[in-house]
Design a protein around this ligand. Structure first.
Ligand SMILES: [Zn+2]
Length: 674
């Protein structure tokens, strides 16, 4: 099921969506000069010996790590589902949820039935008032629609949650695909309409409704902010009262919509304060309720209901969904085996955490001890110290701005491993023979939990990702870094390993997340996570000048021949990568200077091992479709440029590998922000 739960926090992470050792000479391609193409040098043999699996569109070394976690999690689920006799209430939930997902016979026998009541209700709509009530029901249950209500930290009071209204759902992954006339956009629109039509036909609905879906989504696309603009937190900061909202979007009856979503009743009066991520979107969609026929809106709602529920229905729906989302959009050849998909469904995946925390509790007990946590604490302290020195010494920042920057670093909170306080799932009923029902109940519980936060103080112990997640995060509104147990495994982190390798991989990751607090978006927030401008005009200009060097640098890089990265879309991540590797390097140097001279390992000195370990995190194979898609959608650069882009800017790298000025890895014009 593809639920879009409300976006609670804006988080920036180290990997896009989403080998047992961090430094391996077998992965090197020694036929390539390290000063010509370091990525190829560090990863060449890995790339040649790890062909893309047929059930992936992309495979990198973090996927290797994730696959190992999935095996562990799957073991936990299979035990709870089939092997244990005396199950705890938690094991009953995760075990039966998994068993219900595996039970394809029961799922096939139900056919389209689980979707029918909702599809019928949508079909029976006769008025705009009923359409708005339906949108409220979608918001209540966690289905995507043209109104997206959620909760998030108040941009001006980061101690409290506020209601947010976002932009509407679209089936194609980027608004530009609806609006541009290049070959790929035109092809994808055609394929998408055909896919929506086939899905309608499978549900015994007229496939001609697909054209209405395209018409509605094109209007939504026009009203939606483009990705680069949306990255700017100031553009997403638009406080409004209910009265403002009524004036902005008069065709939506907010007094009928809001209470029906499950949001706190006093939102309409006592709180009376929300944040609009894009006011223009709400204005345009309100106007479109006059110009687009009701039947087209109904087709749009039926489509999003069906698309969200498709994975709960028969294999024909799943295969059709895979054909479009997997094969056409990403070039993936085969579906993941059902047991692995069910592991993802129950234990959580990005954007849908399901019962993930229940599984995560067991995962943390087995995989992440007190010793690993202590080592992480030490590394975080070393990285914080290194970033403190950078902030104290960059020559372009005035004393006034520097004081604020240092205060922000000191206030930065960190979370490691998993929550101390676990979420209570006891109210959710999980049945062994009701896959669709389970998923729907979980999604409603999740959505309602997040809507209940509106107006409440923020619980700073809350985890918004599961502990088994293979990713790391910085949350600007909380000024907080999170490192789940899932990513604190080899090749990223190995408590007993060579420090040079740990700092090249885990150190660079910690540095990356910390630097997000000072990237082009993160720097807009104060130490408490409130949107506040603490930059003098001169320092602001100095930052922008340095950042524009990075944007221009990555604009020049090609993901595929003729497909360039978008330097402004990836700017925050690239600033974080560049700062992160640099401060990790200096944290390592400080540690080693205390330890004295270091031996070489496998012929490489400590600084060389550091850079190889960093590069080898990003070895990746992917389909052309995936590279093309990420160049348009992903805020992260591809693995090659996450490696070479950073190292081309570092004199420390040139020194380590003896690269002469002017060689490809030692260009004349290097960029540096932090
Ligand atoms: Zn990041």
């Amino acid at each position: 099921m593809r639920w879009i739960a409300s976006v609670a926090f804006c988080v920036v992470s180290i990997v896009a969506a989403s080998a047992q050792e961090g430094f391996n000479v077998e992965h090197l391609d020694r036929s390539v000069d390290a000063c010509t193409d370091f990525y190829q040098f560090a990863c060449g043999n890995w790339l040649a010996t790890h062909p893309l699996p047929a059930d992936r569109s992309r495979f990198n070394r973090l996927n290797e790590l994730a696959d190992r976690n999935v095996r562990i999690v799957r073991g936990i689920l299979e035990d709870a589902a089939f092997n244990k006799t005396d199950r705890t209430p938690d094991e009953q939930k995760i075990g039966d949820a998994y068993a219900a997902c595996i039970d394809q016979e029961t799922i096939e026998a139900r056919g389209v039935k689980p979707a029918q009541p909702l599809l019928r209700d949508i079909d029976s709509i006769k008025t705009r008032e009923q359409l708005i009530k339906l949108a409220a029901r979608f918001s209540h249950d966690g289905f995507p629609s043209f109104i997206t209500l959620g909760s998030a930290p108040d941009p001006h009071d980061s101690t409290r949650f506020i209601a947010t209204l976002g932009q509407g759902a679209m089936g194609l992954p980027d608004r530009d695909l609806y609006l541009k006339d290049d070959e790929r956009s035109t092809m994808l629109r055609k394929e998408y309409v055909a896919h929506v039509g086939r899905m309608f036909a499978l549900a015994n609905l007229p496939s001609s409704m697909a054209n209405s879906v395209m018409n509605v989504e094109t209007v939504i696309a026009r009203a939606t902010m483009d990705r680069v603009a949306f990255r700017d937190p100031r553009r997403r900061d638009n406080p409004a009262t209910i009265a403002d909202l009524k004036q902005l979007a008069p065709n939506i009856d907010w007094t009928s919509y809001l209470p029906a979503t499950g949001a706190p009743k006093n939102l309409l009066n006592a709180l009376n304060h929300l944040n609009l991520l894009n006011p223009g979107y709400l204005r345009d969609i309100s106007a479109a309720l006059d110009t687009i026929p009701l039947d087209s809106w109904k087709a749009y709602m039926q489509w999003h209901a069906l698309d969200a529920l498709a994975s709960l229905l028969t294999s024909r729906f799943e295969l059709e969904q895979f054909h479009f989302n997997g094969e056409i959009l990403s070039g993936q050849k085969e579906m993941r085996p059902r047991r692995l998909r069910c592991t993802d469904v129950v234990a959580g995946q990005p954007g849908a955490d399901a019962l993930g925390e229940l599984v995560g509790k067991i995962f943390v007990q087995r995989q992440f001890g007190a010793e690993a946590k202590a080592r992480m604490d030490e590394m975080i302290a070393a990285l914080r110290n290194s970033l403190r020195q950078t902030l104290s010494s960059v020559d372009w920042m005035s004393a006034e701005t520097r004081t604020h920057a240092l205060a922000k670093l000191e206030a930065m909170n960190r979370k490691i491993g998993g929550p101390d306080k676990w979420r209570d799932f006891s109210a959710i009923t999980i049945k062994r023979d009701d896959y669709a029902g389970n998923s729907i109940r979980i999604a409603i519980a999740d959505t309602q939990r997040q809507l209940r936060w509106i107006g409440q103080p923020i619980d700073r112990t809350l985890w918004i990702v599961t502990p088994q997640t293979v990713n790391a995060f910085y949350a600007p509104p909380l000024n907080e870094v999170t490192f789940p147990a899932g990513i604190l495994q080899p090749p990223i982190f190995d408590a007993g390993k060579d420090a040079a390798v740990n700092f090249g991989a885990a150190g660079a990751m910690i540095g990356h997340e910390m630097t997000h607090g000072f990237d082009d978006g993160g720097r807009r927030y104060d130490p408490q996570g409130n949107l506040m401008d603490w930059w003098t005009p001169r320092d602001d200009a100095a930052f922008r000048e340095r950042a524009s060097c990075v944007a221009a640098q990555y604009n020049r890089y090609e993901s595929l021949p003729g497909v360039n990265l978008n330097g402004n879309l990836t700017l925050g991540e690239n600033v974080a990568d560049n700062g992160g590797v640099r401060i990790a390097y200096y944290a390592l140097m400080e540690l080693l200077s205390a330890k004295g001279a270091q031996p070489t390992v496998d012929g490489f000195a400590a600084d060389q091992r550091f850079f190889i370990a960093y590069a080898q995190v990003w070895c990746e194979n992917a389909t052309d479709e995936d590279f093309r898609r990420r160049a348009q959608e992903d805020v992260h650069a591809s693995g090659r440029w996450r490696t070479n882009g950073v190292l081309q800017n570092m004199p420390e790298f040139r020194k380590a590998f003896g690269c002469r000025d002017g060689t490809p890895m030692a260009p004349v014009n290097a960029c540096r922000v932090w």
